[in-house]
Every structure is written in C-alpha cells, then in structure tokens.
Design a protein around this ligand. Structure first.
Ligand SMILES: Nc1ncnc2c1ncn2[C@@H]1O[C@H](COP(=O)(O)OP(=O)(O)O)[C@@H](O)[C@H]1O
Ligand SMILES: [Mg+2]
Length: 345
C-alpha cells in the first residue's frame, strides 16, 4: 500500500504583478517516490516546487506533509534538501565545508558533522576532492557537491530544480544515470523539475506533465508515452507524427481516412468531419512492395537506427529504420502502419 507523503490540494498562484502562474493543482506524492514535474519553460514547474519547499507562498490551497498542514510553514522547518540549476556552492568554502554547511546551521556536533561529511563524500564519489574549492571543480562535480550538501541534513523531502540543465550533453547523461541510481538506493521522497523529457523518463517513478499552469497528465513514463491524454502531452513527450484525417462513411459504418491508413471510427460526430491522430516514428515500418507509397526526404543517422523523414503524398512523416538498411534522398518506399498504435489524444 502506497503511503502519501505530500498532498497538494487546490494550490494556485497569482504573482503580485498579476501573472497567473498556476491554476489550482491537486497532486499526491508517495513516500519514497521520485515525481518529475515535466513541461516547457514558463509552465509553472519552479513556482510549484518553490511552494512545496516554502520559498513561495501559494495564493490559495493547501500543502500537507504526512497529513500535517505545512502551507505557511517556513522553508527551514520543512526538512527539505534543495538542489538548483545553479550549483550555488559557497565559493570560499571547501567541498567538505560546503557539505557540512547545513549541519553547522543546525548546530550538530563536530563529530556528527565529520561522520556525515565522510559518508556523503563516499556516496557521491567525491572523496579525493574534499579539500578543493568550487572553482577547482567541473560543473558535474559541483553539482554532485550540491546534491551531497542537500542530503547531508537527512531531509525528508528532496527538491531539485533542473539540476542537470547547465551541464553539457555527455555529462548530463552520465549524471542522470548516477542520480537515478542514487534515488533507487536512498528511496527519499523527491520532486524533480525538468523541461527535458529524456531526463524525465530516465529518472522518474511517475511524471506529471505540465502546460500553462496545469498538470495535463500524471502517470508512469510508459503510460504517458503510449497513452497521452492530450495533443500537448503527445507532442511534448517523445517524437510523434500528427496525422490529419477525414471521417467518411464506408458501407456499414464510419472510417477515419488518414491517407496512409483507414481505420474504423466510432466517434459520434457527424460524417465528413476532420479527425486528428498521432503515431510514433517507431510504429511506421518499411513494407517492401506493399503499403502506402512515400519518397525519402532526409536520412538522419542516430547510431543504433536511422530517423527517416518521408513525404507520403504530401504528408511529412518521421519513421525509424534499422541501421543496416541503406536509404537515400529520393528513394521510393512503401509504408506499413501499426494501426493499433494510432493514438487519439
Ligand atoms: N516572481 C515572479 N513574479 C511574476 N511572475 C513570475 C515570477 N516568477 C515566475 N513568474 C512567471 O510565472 C510563470 C511560471 O514560471 P516558472 O514557475 O518559473 O516556470 P518554469 O519553472 O516552468 O519555467 C511564468 O510566466 C513566469 O514568468
Ligand atoms: Mg523553472
């Protein structure tokens, strides 16, 4: 049985200048889970995170930790570890001193501090760097110190706001795996903000996809990927083709005609209406000599496969092709569509 750790009820935010950053949000975060808030810049992720952390006051609504109201409790009384995009380490302090900072504020004993610092250095693979200053560290190392510092106070909740966004691609990928492992190991309730869907999928237990101040969908990564509930979610999470079709009468019933495929349609609206559906690139395959004719426009080598852009009688589509098949610009191909993978969002 999952235990609710953080319960958010009707929390909304309008800033003093009138900016309506968040519509009333309802959200539950389970004890020990990693919930990712995913959405484009400006959708309200940081505002929501800051209100959970007590760095921002909600305009209305309530926030509870383990059933207890914390909505107006100051940040330092909430038992929270923060990690932000900018590492925000103290430049004149060593790695070890940075990690000890929160414990010192809380007046923990020297011995307690020393023991925890060693534990954190070990946990984050920072032991050799303990006496360096932040300026002597790479971005990735600085961010590992920031994580160690946040964890050193043994927070009950970890809040992370785009912690990998400032890092270069290779480092980002490396640290993403490291963080995912750390989360599995520590099982600390974590809310992690990112605009990067690849990062979200790698790290999350569940993902809340946000858009314009609302949570459009919340669920496991694979459910959000395979069963997006809105056009926004379909297009924001992963790559996807948008298909425009027409509903036409076909003998007994109605069918949706997308050009490259026709499928029975059970909508209740009148005939000859327009219909929109989505299809992932991996759900379009080469059909040999049968299938819908198309012409290759672009071939992008992704290493493990090709991403191929085709023109299917005026529809521009993305599809995936195994990396041992040679295709060139202008080649004629035939497309097969996995019709059961068509998404109406
Ligand atoms: N202190 C503030 N005053 C006024 N508007 C703000 C303030 N902070 C954020 N906003 C606005 O609120 C909206 C949500 O911002 P934010 O939560 O930072 O989005 P995200 O983190 O998803 O990029 C944006 O329109 C932003 O400009
Ligand atoms: Mg933000």
């Amino acid at each position: 049985m999952q235990q609710t750790h953080i319960e958010i009820r009707g929390v909304h935010k309008t800033f003093r200048d009138g900016t309506n950053a968040l519509q009333p949000i309802d959200l539950e975060i389970n004890t020990g889970e990693v919930l990712v808030l995913l959405g484009p810049s400006g959708c309200g992720k940081s505002t929501l995170l800051r209100m959970i952390g007590g760095l921002e006051q909600p305009t209305g609504g309530s926030i509870r930790f383990h059933g207890e109201e914390v909505t107006h409790l100051p940040a330092e009384k909430r038992g929270i570890g923060f990690v932000f995009q900018q590492y925000a380490l103290f430049p004149t302090m060593t790695v070890a001193q940075n990690i000890a900072f929160g414990m010192k504020l809380r007046k923990q004993s020297k011995q307690q501090q020393a023991q925890k610092v060693n534990e954190m250095l070990e946990l984050m693979n920072l032991a050799e760097l303990r006496d360096r200053k932040p300026s002597q560290l790479s971005g990735g190392q600085q961010q590992r110190v920031a994580v160690a510092r946040a964890l050193a106070i043994e927070p009950s909740v970890l809040l992370m706001d785009e912690p990998l966004t400032a890092l270069d691609a290779k480092l980002k990928e490396h640290l993403r795996i490291e963080l995912a492992q750390l989360f599995r190991k520590l099982k600390i309730t974590t809310i992690y903000v990112t605009h990067d869907q690849v990062e979200a999928m790698a790290i999350a237990d569940r993902i809340a996809v946000m858009n314009k101040g609302v949570v459009e969908q919340i669920g496991f990564a694979k459910d959000i990927y395979h069963r997006p509930k809105s056009p926004f979610v379909a297009q924001f999470v992963g790559q996807i083709n948008q298909l425009k079709g027409k509903i036409i009468a076909d003998g007994q019933g109605q069918v949706a005609d997308f050009g490259l495929c026709r499928i029975p349609y059970e909508g209740t609206d009148g005939s000859f209406a327009e219909v929109e559906a989505f299809l992932r690139p991996e759900d379009i395959t080469l059909g040999g000599n049968t299938g819908f004719p198309a012409v290759v426009q672009e071939v992008i080598f992704l290493g493990e496969r090709f991403r191929v852009i085709v023109d299917a009688q005026g529809q521009r589509l993305m599809m995936d092709v195994p990396n041992d098949i040679v295709l060139n610009h202008g080649d004629q191909v035939h497309l097969q569509v996995q019709q059961n993978k068509l998404i109406y969002a």
